[in-house]
Design a protein. Sequence first.
Length: 356
Amino acid sequence: MSSCKRSQTIGVKVGDVMIGGSEHVVIQSMTNTPTHDVKATLQQILALQAAGAEIVRVAVPDKAALEALPSLIKKSPVPLVADIHFDAALAIGAIEAGIAKVRINPGNIGSEAKVRDIIRIAKKQGTAIRIGINSGSIGGDHDQLVKTSINILNKYIDWFKSERFDQLVISMKSSNTLETIKMNKQIAKHYPYPLHIGVTESGVGDAAIVHSSIGIGHLLLKGIGNTIRVSLPGDPVKEIPVAREILQAVGLIREGVRLIACPSCGRTQINTEKYAKIVTEKLKDIHVPIKVAIMGCVVNGPGEAKGATYALCGGKKEGLIFAHGQQVRKVLNEDLVTALQEVIDADLNKTKEEPK
Ligand code: SF4
């Protein structure tokens, strides 16, 4: 399925990760530990990487954070981005420390001369730059805001162009999902640079996930966006599975388990939500693309699970396991998860052993 071919953009090198220039959409996040606390920040970077983040951003609000960068850069398994506001000297310091990318908001980093200083040193060091603008600071209605944003970006981008700097990523975020969509569509039309997309301050819990999924998902389906960040409050590691689900939903990731569960109804014989959670956890280390269905009954379950590679269907006392559309086991409901895992493991091992 190639449901969302990327718009062609310049490739921007962030350490050993390429943003743009290909189909691959990079997942990134941001630590929320004090950056000067190297131990805590590194721990969070490692947790983010283990969950699937390919790039991690750290805030650099002061000298103490800047001084922590060499250690973090040395120990981090993924390229780091320094997030800087208001102080051009911090951006220059981060670049000199060897950061892979700096994120600046030209609107608050200082004069044109200061921005040009950052660009020149980044060019010399091979550091990428993201110019990130949050629309909250711009104001106006939708149409006016889009126009103003593009005008502001044009002005900034001219500075980069005249310095012959093209390792540039752009982001234009808003806490309003529709505004985010509209602005990014316009930006994608105007510029060849890769876009970092996300809905900023998207709320909490379900609301945050829904807003991010609609905003990011819609843009990706239009071929827009080269790196994504799902903004959720609290532990940033929670952002990564949501980002992966979004990429999976739009057909940009075809690996790992796609779990589907019936919504359950009056025929349900098992707690599908509980079973689905257990199965998700048990199969989390599988990276080959398989679809697993958790169905509440043996009456409609097998039919409704059509298309799943494997399915588990609850029965009156005993339920059924299906593999590739065929019934392969009948076991007590409480043994369904174990039986499902045995069937999947045996099948995947067999595939590994088959001569190519
Ligand atoms: S699979 Fe069975 S329990 Fe689940 S929604 Fe369909 S009929 Fe109801």
